[in-house]
Structure formats: C-alpha cells, structure tokens
Design a protein around this ligand. Sequence first.
Ligand SMILES: Cc1ncc(COP(=O)(O)O)c(C=O)c1O
Length: 190
Amino acid sequence: MDGDFAPLPELVELRRKYGFLLVIDDAHGTLVCGDNGGGVPELLECESGIDISVGTLSKAAGCQGGFVACSTRWKSLIQSRGRSFIFSTALPVPVVASVQAALHVSRKERWRRSLVWRHVQYFASLTKLNITSPIISIVVGSEEAALRAGRHMLRSGFHVTPIRPPTVPPNSCRSLLSPVFFNLQSTVRS
Ligand SMILES: Cc1ncc(COP(=O)(O)O)c(C=O)c1O
C-alpha cells in the first residue's frame, strides 16, 4: 500500500543465516520490475535466494489467476499436498492463452516496461514526491477525506482510488495513484 520495496537482499541474507523458508508475494512486481520483468527479485538481484515466489496474473498480465514459481521439489509437494490447489479447477484455456500472449508482449515490447518507469520518474519530478515505484500512495487521513479526494480527482478526469480500512489502518486512508497510464505528451501540454 505504500509502493515501497521489501528489503529482499537483507531477507535473503537472513534466510542464509537462519535457514527459514522465504516466500514472497510479488503481485505488483511481476512484469513491471527488472529488465526482463522478473519482478522485485530480479530488480534487487537476489532471485536465487528466494524459495517460493507467488504472483498474480491479474495485474501487469491483465488476465486472471496466479502462479507459484519454485523448484520442482516444491512444485510436486504443492501439487500433491496444497489444500487450496488440489481438487481445484485449472484456469480456462482462453485465460492461459491470454497470459501467454501477455508474456509474449512483455518479452517483445520491452519499451512498455521502460515507459512505466519513465512515467514514475516524470511524475516524481513534477510533484517532488519521494516515490520509488508505480504505486504512489498519498496518506489523506479519514475515509471521508479519501472519498472526497477520489470524487474530486474523478471529476478532474483522473481515476484515483481511495484506499480505506480494512486495507489500511483507520485514519491512514490513502489516495492511490498510478502514473502507468498517463500520456506523457498530454501531461506535458496540460
Ligand atoms: C500483493 C497482492 N497479492 C495478491 C493479490 C491478489 O490478486 P488477485 O486479485 O489476482 O487474486 C493482490 C491484489 O490486489 C495484491 O495486491
């Protein structure tokens, strides 16, 4: 909710020292972070130190469902013992085909990923906000204030989502912005 990064290299170091299982949810990093879209572990160069990475296909991939990236040993354990996996219907073929197409686009059209990050830099330079990712969260306080800000922004032509409890603690409601879809040219003109 803050658009910040977990200290993965430090966590990997601790895992090495204490031998715990390191499982991450990289829902927002997948296809967005890292030169190849490999997510936050690729960006922070610590892929080999992570045991299991789960991600969703509903964000950058624009589809539905999710995935678990892990070793073949973990894979067979999850496939045979994972309570929420076994007896559950597989993703429909059209969804899988869409995900495959999204991965193809992600590999062939890398400029899309660069553009996201250019927008982040541009937005940071315009607003002077200290932002490090395409998830930009402005704490506005009460639910009322967050809803009012959301309505105001919508009237001004921007879809800025109010984030309220239980997603965040009471009185720390946020306006969640994403510069991903901004058109740089029109933003410059206005
Ligand atoms: C960090 C994180 N993990 C998982 C999910 C769940 O994604 P999905 O809606 O595709 O199940 C979300 C959704 O917002 C998320 O923010």
